[in-house]
Ligand binder design. Structure first.
Ligand SMILES: [Zn+2]
Length: 317
């Protein structure tokens, strides 16, 4: 990760911090490894690439390494930056317990859809850029003492749009959970349906919801986590079906965007409309959980729900 060149990103930034911040533990070995230049006139300094990120909320320059260590949350104002699905899984599950399901599943192009680029090209570009096959990772893992069926969406992959692969992977995850009697946790983010898959994309809403209905019939818990942004088809299906619906602070959550609603209803929208905080006040979500507390809260909720479930089983026996 840490390399040794100045980049455009680290130039020209006005910060109150010195340009060369002492690297944290682990990054120090780069200094020793750097080969000496013969002339000795080069004074190029060893600065990790992509050094700073500006927080869009409080405008503080945050050292990238610090941001990573803080699970991509601004240490000053708690702004939640986007985080990749893999990083999120890493922050939540017990080490080496994530057994990924359907890792190789990829989209076909039944409509031979072309917008600016043909759909298969678009998919391939995003696969290369993100290292993902599609917009969700699913698998069975351990969180605290609980075995859990976990699905995590990644906005970097075509805005985490709900295509056939996302729908199928989540459905298989929920069906596996039902069969193995495991709780389900789905961490959502999405810009909506995968328009390049047309009707097939919309059908994923019904399919995932039906799988969750069977899961619910077995009285197994489903925790839905809404992260910034969770909208449209995902919000209108599995994301809003949780027994508990949690959200990250400041997340934008809704179906249509505010401008569309305003134009349709011809009404002024209240302040904070479609934020997690607004929806907590209005009863749509149950709790706002900061990213750093998410794992602990999952464990507490599952301890509680598991206890209830065992109690119910014992009572009916
Ligand atoms: Zn900030």
């Amino acid at each position: 990760m840490a390399t040794t060149t100045f980049t455009k990103k680290s130039l020209g930034l006005e910060t109150t911090e010195p340009a060369l911040t002492p690297p944290a533990k682990g990054a120090q070995t780069n200094f020793a490894k750097k080969p000496k230049l013969g002339s000795g006139k080069s004074k190029k300094r060893d600065i990790p690439e992509g050094l700073w990120t500006k927080c869009p909320k409080c405008e503080t320059m945050v050292f990238d390494k610090e941001l990573d260590e803080n699970l991509k949350v601004c240490p000053k104002c708690e702004f939640h930056f986007p985080i990749s699905a893999r990083e999120r899984i890493h922050s939540l599950v017990e080490t080496c317990t994530f057994e990924e399901m359907d890792a190789e599943m990829t989209s076909v192009d039944p409509l031979e859809f072309v917008d600016k680029t043909p759909y298969p090209t678009r998919v391939q570009e995003h696969q290369t850029a993100t290292g993902l096959k599609d917009a969700v990772l699913t698998g069975i893992c351990k969180i605290g003492g609980h075995r859990v069926a976990l699905g995590v969406m990644d906005f970097n992959f075509i805005a985490a749009s709900l295509g056939s692969v996302v729908g199928e992977k989540l459905t298989r995850l929920v069906e596996r959970a039902t069969e193995k009697e495991l709780p389900v946790i789905i961490i959502s983010t999405s810009g909506g349906a995968r328009m390049q898959e047309g009707m097939l994309s919309l059908m994923q809403m019904a399919k995932t919801s039906a799988a969750l209905a069977y899961h619910a019939q077995r009285r197994l818990p489903y925790l839905s986590v809404l992260t910034h942004p969770t909208t449209a088809g995902v919000m209108a299906s599995y994301a809003s079906l949780g027994d508990l619906i949690l959200a990250e602070p400041g997340a934008m959550i809704g179906f249509a965007g505010p401008r569309v609603i305003k134009d349709t209803t011809q009404a002024e929208l209240p302040p904070g409309f479609q934020t997690a905080e607004f929806l907590l006040d209005h009863g749509l979500i149950d709790a706002i959980v900061p990213r750093k507390e998410m794992k602990q809260r999952f464990t507490e909720y599952l301890d509680f729900l598991d206890g209830r479930q065992k109690g119910a089983t014992a009572a009916s026996a």
